[in-house]
Design a protein around this ligand. Structure first.
Ligand SMILES: Nc1ncnc2c1ncn2[C@@H]1O[C@H](COP(=O)(O)OP(=O)(O)OP(=O)(O)O)[C@@H](O)[C@H]1O
Length: 264
């Protein structure tokens, strides 16, 4: 069995607007799986259900149908087998970087000395060993995201869920963090599901890209560029990278055109 199995997941939100009840079918029959150590990117037009899918895997949202199985266990709520990184890492403002990373370990019941050592180890991994004692307001946006990644990795999740983790960063910081994430994954073999709108990011980081459209999986593209991969800047000149990116762009464009025709 694969490490992560998403089986026929559906989600309907019941909303009430001005006294009228309306069902929003956010997901219908979504299935895909990940082997240990794989990186899968989910992409697709705004509103196609990417975040809802990730929140269901995390256990923050309950599916209306289907199931999510992580390491043989059916997901029924949040758990330490899954870690999540959001677009804006909400750090506890009164805790410094190392104390923020240690937070999940504290909840897990780890003793103070061990969690301090562990938290510092993960801060080193994301290149922030020097900033361990800084408070969140003393960190840049990119540094805060690094703390968020360290915090999620420190609990030792089977799968790391990332919802547009670099979406709010400037282009240069984003490329730096993409390269760092690749290096961390090469070192730790962390299994990752990454939601992204950034096609370069999807092709650079993923083994497979799940293209979603209107709550369904429209297509799954194998990326499998050889690893270790060079930086995005170096990959841009690589014909295989260009070919995969073009294929992904065409697929997304076709899906968006089809959505627009349906809506017309
Ligand atoms: N709590 C909610 N209540 C009602 N509808 C919701 C809720 N959350 C999401 N939706 C709807 O479900 C659909 C999918 O939303 P979702 O946020 O998963 O899309 P997305 O692909 O992540 O979008 P984006 O790329 O813009 O972040 C949308 O129609 C959205 O309006």
């Amino acid at each position: 069995m694969a490490l992560v199995e998403i089986q026929n997941v559906s989600k309907t939100f019941r909303t009430k607007v001005a006294g009228n009840t309306r069902d929003v079918h956010a997901l219908s029959g979504v299935s895909f799986s990940l082997e240990r150590g794989e990186i899968v990117a989910i992409t697709g037009a705004s509103g196609c259900g990417k975040t809802t899918m990730l929140r269901i895997i995390m256990g923050l949202e309950k599916a209306s149908g289907g199931s999510v199985i992580v390491n043989g266990n059916q997901v029924s709520g949040c758990g330490y087998d899954r870690g999540m990184v959001f677009q804006h890492s909400e750090l506890l403002p009164w805790r410094n970087a190392v104390q923020n990373v240690a937070f999940g370990l504290e909840l897990k019941g780890m003793d103070k000395q061990t969690r301090d050592v562990e938290a510092r180890r993960y801060l080193e991994l994301v290149g922030l060993g020097h900033a361990a004692d800084r408070l969140p307001h003393q960190l840049s946006g990119g540094m805060k995201q690094r703390v968020g990644i360290a915090r999620a990795l420190a609990i030792g999740p089977d799968v790391l869920l990332m919802d547009e983790p670099f979406g709010a960063l400037d282009a240069q910081t984003r490329e730096g963090l993409q390269n760092e994430l690749m290096a961390i994954q090469a070192q730790t073999q962390q299994t990752i599901i990454l939601v992204t709108h950034d096609l370069d990011e999807a092709v650079l980081l993923a083994d497979r890209v799940v293209v979603m459209s209107q709550g369904r999986v429209a297509e799954t593209l194998e990326m499998r560029l050889p690893r270790p991969r060079p930086s995005l800047a170096a990959l841009r000149g690589n014909p295989e990278f260009g070919e995969k990116r073009l294929r992904l762009w065409e697929l997304l464009k076709n899906e968006m055109d089809a959505d627009a025709r349906k809506a017309a």
